[in-house]
Design a protein. Structure first.
Length: 199
């Protein structure tokens, strides 16, 4: 589909995945806010890693890829850009999130189809004062190995997020929402440029 004058295709499709399983997750709140903050002509759908089992090569060898993983892989394949919304555990990537990506990268022969040259952005929220700086950095070698096309044109690390959500658990801080809108605008423009280069 040709690019519009705004620099991106109509109905660009993003898939956002939160790396937390907690029902009242701050990163789920950030992802919900992102759904409402994407530019006009962009659709951001969400996906969950809930139900993804611990990676076990014996399970893969005997029964293959779990259905929940196979379904998530196809959703990634069908999107124009992937948004990872990552918590930070012990100064790094949450184990449950990394485990999901490990499953999604199996078998190795499928990595290029799922992740190869796919635009990816990483954001995150944390109750602490440094946002998710170290977690986002820890994702870089993983994304490089998978052959993705990470967007480095912006960073969004929401710190002290507990002070930025309302009683219903929704992110309602105007400056943060403005930053989120600008971040997503930049990511979408990056996706549009990636598409243009492939045409």
């Amino acid at each position: 589909m040709p690019l519009t004058g705004g620099g991106y295709r109509p109905m660009i499709s993003l898939l956002g995945i939160s790396g937390s399983l907690r029902k009242a997750s701050f990163n789920e709140a950030l992802l919900r806010a992102a759904v409402k903050s994407v530019p006009h002509g962009v659709r951001l759908e969400t996906a969950s890693i809930r139900g993804v089992p611990l990676y076990d090569a014996d399970v893969e060898a005997t029964t293959g890829i779990p259905e929940v993983v196979a379904a998530l892989k196809e959703r990634i394949v069908s999107c124009d850009g992937l948004l990872l919304v990552t918590p930070e555990y012990n100064n790094s990537i949450p184990g449950v999130f990394k485990n999901a990506i490990d499953w999604l990268s199996r078998p190795n022969s499928d990595v290029k189809r799922v992740f190869g040259d796919r635009p990816v952005a990483v954001i995150g929220a944390s109750p602490g004062g440094f946002g998710t700086t170290l977690s986002q950095v820890a994702w870089l070698p993983v994304l490089r190995y998978l052959g993705t096309r990470p967007w480095f044109g912006g960073r969004l690390m929401v710190s002290r997020v507990a002070n930025l959500v309302d009683g219903a658990g929704e992110l309602n801080d105007s400056p943060t929402l403005q930053r989120l809108q600008e971040y997503l605008k930049g990511f979408v423009a990056f996706i549009g440029e990636s598409v243009r280069l492939k045409q």
